[in-house]
Design a binder for this molecule. Structure first.
Ligand code: MIC
Length: 647
């Protein structure tokens, strides 16, 4: 039988379950990736589990998020992560080396392997024919302890690319087109596999752009074949020996199909404040812009910066615009210097920042209230930039550069007429800068055993949680709408991120973007509480703090119309019951403060998927989609207590 690439990757890593979409399977994990904002929890979880040394082939800890050092907290977390990497046997990438996803792809990407990462954009590695999945930190800790990754087997969505991209249209526009067509939950329960004749013109870094924002579609993963393009990339980063061909068989089929004729695409942009609000740039041209930010995991390739430099070459950026450049990595920065592009950018008025995620996660670069900020980043959820009343738009480097020049949202295709600029096809070097020594290899086991974990006072232990009660009679202290993102559940930004290793402290920020009184209401509801939401609850980041912090404040159950994949698993990992409405219309009948009564919870979880609740005095039909394994977790109080029972 002919197989597609995703099927081959899954079949070659299957250790439990059967290959039937919708059923739970266990997959062998070859590699893991953690970053600092989620990694401290993972290391605390390894400590809580008493693990001596990791069992994965390769695990890497990056420092790329919490880079601003406005006090001692972030640098102390970096030291903790370095000591934990040495203690448990991980590679370690220091602050300044760059954003995890592109650095990982360049140094460790290997076609045909599986990678999981405690960052939702881990899926970017699908660019190289890897099965790469973003998950919560606890999945990573378990994988490092030698356990498989358990996932609901997705459907495979084949997207055939035909035609050739026109000038001024690039990879970002391809994924924005997917978001324009399908919205932020269009990929839920699916792996997206790109194929077809249009692929050959997309470089590995173009594919990285498209695979990265598969997370914004809610997809489990995005997969590209490992073909000649992947081989050329691995040669260019000095790792030709890592190449292995992984392509779909002749006649391979997909569960769902789609086609994009690249030649019909035009520059696209996502309006504030959702990656799904996509329109053509032409439609919104003329809106004033006060900031342009180029960088992040969504447009991390050297080309993405070089093209901006070549558009700006010989011009001054508009005086009303702050042009912020975040070079992806030490290596991209070196190549920008060698190619002369950095000088061009500086001469054009750009502000050069350090390598890392920076403004993408609100670590600096917050825009002025209500002023348009155009970013080549993957997300623009409300307030994520660090400014509550922000207006962040997501676009390609070409569209960003056009706004930097004109001070307005500008269709870059018009620059030919207005500024005499022909579309620059920045020529890439045959070999990219390659600094292998920037990554610290794992210590040999005999030296690792004696390494002490360096814990600053901001690093608290993981709280312990009790199992869910059989009878709940608690209040719904928050009722929300559709598409609530983890940035709204537990904000990031330079003020909150330094508390990522301190649950009691970070819980003071839980849900405050939606209801500033939430922590106080949770404290007043002494027996615990429930929150209620609409569709796609928990979209966005993998941060497990978005479940641990509310759990710490007493959250027992979330009742929603539907859940985003990573958040749903995180809820189970920390013993919170995720229930769905049988009839989505019931959501509108629930008011803040309604009492929620659930009886016989244990038996219902074990033997059925349906459950009837009394909410505000009315009967409401609910169900869950938990696997037997997840039910056991909930009944034990979470995955860590379950593991402690030896299960
Ligand atoms: C994000 O883009 O939202 C983040 C920051 O990278 C997160 C991880 C986090 O919250 O630490 C993610 O995507 O998982």
């Amino acid at each position: 039988m002919a197989h597609n690439v995703a099927q081959k990757l899954i079949a070659s890593h299957l250790v439990e379950g059967i290959l039937e979409p919708g059923s739970e399977v266990g997959l062998r994990v070859d590699q893991t990736l953690t970053q600092d904002a989620t990694g401290t929890m993972v290391m605390l979880e390894l400590e809580a589990m008493g693990l001596d040394r990791i069992r994965t082939e390769l695990s890497v800890q990056y420092v790329d998020h919490n880079l601003l050092q406005t006090d001692e907290k972030n640098p102390e977390d970096h030291l903790f992560l370095q000591s934990a990497s040495q203690r448990f046997g991980l590679w370690f990438s220091q602050a300044g080396n760059g954003v995890s996803h592109p650095v990982h792809q360049a140094h460790f990407g290997r076609p045909g392997t599986t990678l999981i990462g405690s960052d939702s954009h881990t899926c970017a590695a699908g660019a190289l024919g890897m099965l790469a999945v973003g998950v919560g930190g606890l999945e990573i800790a378990m994988a490092m302890a030698g356990q498989p990754l358990y996932v609901t087997l997705p459907e495979i969505w084949g997207v055939e690319l035909t035609g050739t991209l026109p000038d001024w249209v690039s990879a970002k526009d391809v994924v924005l087109e997917m978001l324009r067509r399908h919205g932020v939950s269009g990929g839920v329960g699916r792996i997206i596999e790109y194929h077809g004749p249009g692929l050959a013109q997309l470089t590995a870094m173009d594919r990285h752009v498209i695979a990265n924002m598969g997370a914004e579609l809610g997809a489990t993963a995005t997969v590209f074949p490992a073909d000649d393009v992947a081989r050329d990339y691995l040669e260019a980063v000095g790792r030709a020996d890592a190449f292995e061909r992984w392509e779909a068989d002749e006649g391979a089929t997909y569960d769902l199909t789609e086609q994009i004729d690249l030649s019909t695409l035009e520059p696209l942009i996502a309006r504030p404040s959702s990656p799904g609000n996509v329109v053509t740039v032409a439609e919104v041209a003329g809106e004033e812009v006060s900031q342009v930010v180029v960088g992040s995991s969504a447009n991390p390739g050297l080309r993405d910066f070089a093209v901006v430099a070549e558009i700006l070459a010989g011009h001054q950026s508009h005086q009303g615009v702050s042009v912020d450049i975040n070079p992806t990595s030490r290596e991209v920065l070196a190549d920008l210097i060698t190619g002369g592009w950095l000088t061009t950018l500086v001469a054009a008025g750009a502000r050069i920042h350090q390598s890392g995620c920076m403004g993408c996660i609100g670590m600096g670069q917050a825009p002025a209230s209500g002023r348009n900020s155009l970013r080549t980043m993957p997300r623009n959820f409300p307030g994520r930039s660090g400014t509550e009343e922000d207006a962040v738009w997501l676009c390609s480097p070409e569209t960003a550069a056009a706004a930097a020049l004109t001070g307005q949202i500008t269709d870059p295709r018009t620059l030919e007429g207005s500024h005499g600029i022909t579309y620059p096809r920045a020529v890439m070097p045959d070999r990219y800068a390659h600094f292998p020594d920037m990554l610290m290899p794992p210590l040999p086991a005999e030296d690792a055993a004696s390494v002490e974990l360096v814990k600053g006072p901001n690093i608290s232990s993981l709280p312990e949680f009790t199992p869910i009660e059989d009878h709940l009679d608690i209040s719904a202290i928050l009722v929300m709408g559709d598409d609530v993102s983890t940035d709204e559940i537990l904000p990031a930004g330079s003020r909150v991120l330094p508390f990522r290793s301190n649950i009691p402290k970070i819980s003071e920020f839980a849900f405050t973007r939606l209801d500033p009184e939430y922590p106080a209401k949770a404290a007043a509801a002494t027996g615990g509480h429930v929150v209620v939401a609409g569709r796609n609850y928990g979209q966005g980041s993998s941060r497990e703090h978005a479940v641990i912090a509310p759990r710490y404040l007493g959250l027992k159950a979330v009742i929603a119309v539907s859940f985003a994949r990573i958040h749903w698993q995180n809820l189970a990992n920390f013993g919170i019951l995720a229930l769905e409405f049988d009839n989505p219309a019931d959501l509108a009948r629930i008011a803040t403060g309604d009492q929620v009564v659930l009886d016989g919870v244990h038996e219902a979880l074990r033997y059925e998927s349906a459950l009837t609740a009394r909410i505000g005095g009315r009967e409401v039909g609910l169900h869950h989609r938990l696997s037997e394994r997840q039910v056991e977790m909930i009944l034990a109080g979470g995955r860590i207590p379950l593991a402690a029972q030896g299960v």
